[in-house]
Design a protein around this ligand. Structure first.
Ligand code: UFG
Length: 341
């Protein structure tokens, strides 16, 4: 039997998934991408191959296509699964809750069935700080109360609980849910990054697309919040740091005493929207066209992570600065403009 540590990465062609594939490979793991490319471009694979200078193993399949996935699980001895594949837009989930339930619950159920059937011992799940809703106290730690304010948030919260109950019913499988804060940034090469379909929901892609001329202006959603400059505060984490947290999570699971756990993955530092805009202008020298608009429905004033558990349990901490994240995103925006010509 091969002693290679094969890791199935669902959604491995997506934004966080593709960076995690690089981090896994750079740390001795052998990622296998399972992605149906409904929300990612196939050319991500070629770009990953050029960065890694080797072929990438990938299968074009959806998580709910169990017979196809069974073929993949029987072809390789699988050490672990990292399950990214899911819908993730808060606003869209409010309009199409059933689509979110079908995909986000259905995909997880398939993956749990498969890891049980093939005796895969390690499972890493993409959760979100959205499970904290609008927190009463910040920073939030893993014991802070959980709630939800969208169908998307509901799926993440229930998914975490589904994993816990599933783990009780089996022996030997260990799982971890990583609660991501706000991922930003791109690979240092500028060749892999976030390429949203249509109008970006998230702040930094909107900023870079405005700066490059794809969007007219950025609207800052409200400057009358109860924060020092009136704009919302988030914990922006470099996607390369977030990717490395997945490697740390797999390493942790191999020797973990607890069979399920949840861990915040953030920087522990809050940054306001206005600060982000200023950092972007300072880093890139581009004058950003922006205006202050109304609040966006559903936005919370402020959240950032207590990261002690990630530091102690996973032996991981965010290393890259917010400015590095911003300049790598800008590099990627310029790269992808040329690439798509
Ligand atoms: N913002 C703007 N203008 C924009 C886009 C965003 O001012 O055009 C502001 C938002 O109001 C917010 C901040 O920038 O204050 C960050 O917004 P994002 O949309 O980038 O991120 P969110 O914190 O709203 O959402 C993220 C994830 C969700 C997750 C949520 C959990 O994208 O998947 O965190 O809180 F559910």
């Amino acid at each position: 039997m091969s002693d290679k540590k094969y890791i199935i990465v669902t959604g491995g062609a997506g934004y966080i998934g593709s960076h995690t594939v690089l981090a896994l490979r750079n740390n001795g793991y052998h990622p296998i991408i399972v992605d149906d490319f409904r929300n990612a471009n196939k050319d991500v694979i070629e770009r990953l191959e050029s960065l890694l200078d080797e072929e990438v193993i990938y299968f074009s399949a959806a998580c709910q296509e169990e017979p196809r996935l069974r073929g993949i699980f029987s072809q390789f001895p699988i050490h672990g699964v990292i399950h990214f594949a899911a819908y993730k837009a808060v606003g869209e989930s409010v309009e199409k809750p059933l689509m979110y339930f079908d995909n986000n619950f259905g995909s997880l159920i398939s993956m749990l069935e498969l890891i049980k059937e093939f005796n895969v011992k390690h499972f890493v799940f993409s959760s979100s700080c959205t499970v904290y809703g609008d927190p009463k106290q910040i920073p939030v730690d893993e014991n802070s109360p959980v709630s939800y304010n969208s169908p998307y948030g509901f799926t993440k919260k229930v998914n975490e609980e589904m994993i816990e109950q599933f783990i009780e019913s089996v022996s030997e499988i260990k799982a971890i849910s990583l609660r991501y804060f706000n991922p930003i940034g791109a690979h240092e090469s500028g060749k892999i990054g976030e390429e949203p379909d249509g109008i970006p929901n998230n702040l930094l892609p909107f900023i870079t697309q405005t700066a490059i001329g794809k969007r007219e202006e950025l609207t800052i959603f409200g400057d009358d919040y109860d924060t020092p400059d009136g704009t919302c505060i988030r914990d922006y984490i470099h996607v390369a740091d977030l990717a490395e947290a997945h490697v740390a999570a797999l390493n942790y699971l191999a020797d973990a005493n607890d069979r399920t756990t949840v861990v915040n993955v953030g920087t522990g530092k809050g940054t306001s929207v206005m600060e982000m805009v200023n950092y972007f202008q300072e880093e890139t020298g581009v004058d950003l066209n922006y205006r202050i608009g109304n609040r966006r429905e559903g936005d919370i004033p402020s959240i950032y992570a207590n990261t002690s558990k990630a530091n102690n349990l996973l032996n991981w901490e965010a290393k890259r600065s917010i400015r590095e994240a911003i300049s790598s995103s800008w590099k990627f925006e310029q790269f992808i403009k040329e690439f798509r010509k």
